[in-house]
Design a protein around this ligand. Structure first.
Ligand SMILES: C[S@@+](CC[C@H](N)C(=O)[O-])C[C@H]1O[C@@H](n2cnc3c(N)ncnc32)[C@H](O)[C@@H]1O
Length: 386
């Protein structure tokens, strides 16, 4: 599928996609016989619309543009073996009865491109085609600003993360220095992106810290920050659970494993952080604990219990944050090509507390926790005094 994904990425990210037609059903039992995917703008948002053609009806589904490559990939893997990609410049045909060994042909287009809208190009916060120092340093972009094809999904993820940050921007302090900590920063693509966005694009004073257990990774990130002259970005080695600080206005924790996410949330609430962006992963803690006779008939299947554990863990975390007074939303982070860990817990601290909602969340949390007989680490998330 790698070759196909690469062709899809360049067709979709170049801003010149006209449509993709999926045909040639792999299974007779498939109810729709063709799917057409087109870029559309809905209420100002750039999206893709999928048209499912059944025998006697056509059904439409709108998909966020950043998910369209994954959506197309699933159709090719599971449903269709012939794919025609029409762009403003060329027609690409993919014969994919074997997705790992596809036959791909290219032909210059004969269409009149004058009729095609030109405002379709996805407006990324960091655009493809404009040199961006940290992306060049991390190998995501070439020196001339072109995104390296194999890093397109990382490029999209970075931009998606910045869009979410942008949505939360007004909840951050409007004056002075914005203090941010990224717990479990790893190779820190997103930490560098935050710095670039807030300091260089938004011209705000920032102090950003990335924390991770891995010394070698921290050394690597500090070297890059120094090379780039990102003076207010520091990386330190340490465990989230032991981390001591005066606080942070924003706490980020992306794919920190299992209960590491809880320690990050506990710290964030202790500091009354204004914005929390957390994408949990590896939620194993509750797996051996969950006991519930009503659910037992489905939870006896390990794979279902595993997925259910993820949802219960994050649902309880969300309620605990609401109990602390946060406005919580669960949003979809960019579809990562190789992982389904894409639910983001976004929590924003409002200016005033709504005691009715807090009481309700508290009751709901306890009821849910007791129903499943669990003791989650998020229980230690504190409250915020009025
Ligand atoms: C999957 S990586 C994610 C990296 C980055 N946040 C991202 O999303 O690209 C998870 C990182 O969390 C770090 N980590 C896990 N548990 C931690 C803990 N208790 N304290 C600090 N870092 C931790 C790991 O070392 C690893 O680098």
């Amino acid at each position: 599928m790698e070759k196909i994904t690469s062709v899809l990425c360049s067709a979709m990210d170049g801003g010149k996609l006209v449509k993709i037609v999926f045909a040639g059903k792999k299974k007779k039992s498939l109810e729709y016989k063709k799917v057409i995917l087109r870029p559309v703008t809905i209420k100002g948002e750039y999206m893709c619309q999928a048209e499912f053609h059944y025998d006697k009806k056509v059904i439409h589904k709108n998909i966020p543009y950043y998910e369209a490559v994954d959506f197309a990939g699933d159709l090719i893997r599971n449903d269709f073996k012939q794919i025609n990609i029409l762009t403003e410049d060329e027609d690409i045909q993919i014969l994919a009865s074997k997705p790992d060994n596809p036959k791909i042909t290219y032909q210059e287009t004969s269409r009149n491109i004058g009729s095609i809208q030109h405002d379709r190009k996805k407006q990324y916060i960091i655009p493809d085609g404009e040199p961006c120092d940290f992306l060049i340093k991390l190998g995501v972009m070439s020196e001339d600003g072109k995104v390296v094809q194999k890093h397109y999904s990382k490029f999209r993820q970075i931009n998606r993360f910045l869009e979410i940050t942008d949505d939360s921007f007004e909840s951050l302090p409007t004056q002075g220095t914005i203090r941010i900590i990224d717990f479990g920063c790893g190779k820190s693509y997103l930490t560098f992106a935050l710095y670039y966005y807030l300091k260089l694009m938004k011209k705000r004073d920032v102090e950003i810290v990335g924390l991770d257990l891995k010394e070698d990774v921290i050394r690597f990130c500090n070297d890059i920050a120094v090379d780039l002259g990102y003076d207010d970005l520091k990386f330190i080695t340490g465990d989230i659970a032991d981390y001591e600080s005066d606080g942070a206005d924003m706490v980020v924790t992306l794919h920190a494993c299992d209960t590491a996410t809880d320690f990050a949330l506990i710290n964030a609430v202790k500091w009354h952080s204004k914005v929390i962006l957390s994408v949990p992963c590896c939620q194993h803690e509750l797996f051996p604990q969950i006991k519930n006779p009503v659910n037992q008939p489905i939870l006896k299947h390990g794979i279902i219990k595993d997925k259910f554990t993820e949802l219960l863990t994050d649902g309880l975390r969300g309620l605990k944050l609401e109990e602390a007074g946060y406005h919580v939303s669960m949003i979809e982070f960019t579809s990562l090509e190789h992982t389904s860990k894409n639910i983001m817990i976004k929590a924003v601290l409002p200016k005033s507390k709504d005691m009715t909602s807090i009481k309700k969340a508290s009751e709901e949390y306890r009821a849910l926790r007791d129903f499943y007989n669990v003791k989650p680490s998020c229980e230690k998330i504190g409250t915020i005094s009025p």
